[in-house]
Design a protein around this ligand. Structure first.
Ligand code: GRG
Length: 280
């Protein structure tokens, strides 16, 4: 195994163990809710967003212990969005991460509550950080980043726009707005959380935020290309350009993301996570 793959595997194991430890036990009431929370989180997710927290923070020299809560919090937010996105009122999906979706395995009411509880737990993790881990300003900055990424100017806003524009023929710019909000906001937030713990200066924060935006869009275009190969549906990005153009756009964004990292002495970790996220 290469060094970077070892790093990714180690951090993935770490976040899985932490999540297992911090999620309420299913023997504790409300048992069904806790069982469902554990079911949706503790499985074979790629843990891309926690890996971005660790890679960014560690690139900037933050000790790993200062990154754990943020890494777990962002994964909880991500899983909440998947659970709600799978609901009949949203995408109405039967499978997620190779398993029956939460509302299929349990029931719709439980799936709604699971999403709500995971989101609350994510904020609790950051709010409960001790002074020995992060100072109050860093804690508040992290809360602000998470709140904004989740809300109507972030992930939920992206989902709302997708609904609002569903019946219209939208242009490429509108499609990119949806992607930036729905997928990009949480990916960018992951990087910013790591940057806060790593005490990034303003210039570094700006570069990392830009890196996050490129990575988020590239990740979504890649997902669109995979979907196209799977069932030949020209949805999302591929409703606006052909496969060759979309692949070129993906290359271009990935290249730009890579160039942004050049100002960092140690860029191997972030490059490694980028390559893990985007397999060209
Ligand atoms: C309904 C609150 C609410 C939000 C819906 C973010 C979102 C908006 C929905 C997520 C569902 C989705 C299919 C988003 C597209 C981006 C994408 C490919 C997500 C899957 O992320 P991965 O590949 O998944 O990192 P794993 O399971 O590996 O974590």
């Amino acid at each position: 195994m290469t060094q970077i793959n070892e790093y990714l595997a180690e951090r993935k194991t770490r976040v899985n163990q932490l999540l297992n430890h911090l999620l309420p036990s299913s023997s504790q009431e409300p048992k069904r809710l806790h069982e469902a929370m554990r079911y949706v989180v503790l499985n074979d997710g790629k843990r891309l967003r926690p890996l971005l927290v660790y890679a960014t923070g560690e690139t900037l020299g933050a000790p790993i212990e200062k990154l754990d809560q943020a890494a777990c919090a962002i994964e909880l937010i991500h899983v909440y969005s998947l659970v709600h996105d799978d609901l009949p009122a949203m995408d109405n999906d039967d499978f997620r991460r190779g398993l029956p979706t939460c509302h299929k395995k349990f029931d719709e009411a439980t799936a709604i509550l699971v999403g709500d509880a995971l989101q609350a737990l994510a904020f609790e993790l950051i709010a409960d950080l001790q002074d020995s881990q992060l100072n109050s300003k860093q804690q508040l900055d992290m809360l602000r980043i998470l709140v904004k990424a989740c809300g109507s100017h972030g992930m939920v806003g992206g989902q709302a726009l997708e609904f609002a524009w569903m019946e219209q023929k939208i242009n490429l710019q509108q499609q990119e707005t949806i992607h930036h909000l729905k997928t990009g906001a949480v990916i960018t937030a992951s990087i910013q959380l790591g940057a806060i713990a790593g005490e990034a200066n303003q210039e570094q924060l700006t570069i990392l935020t830009q890196f996050g935006k490129h990575l988020g869009l590239a990740f979504q275009i890649q997902d669109d290309i995979h979907d196209y190969h799977k069932d030949q549906i020209s949805a999302s990005y591929l409703a606006h350009m052909n496969l060759t153009e979309a692949t070129e756009k993906l290359h271009e964004l990935t290249h730009q993301a890579e160039s942004l990292l050049n100002s960092f002495g140690e860029k191997e970790l972030l490059e490694g996570v980028k390559n893990y996220a985007i397999s060209l």
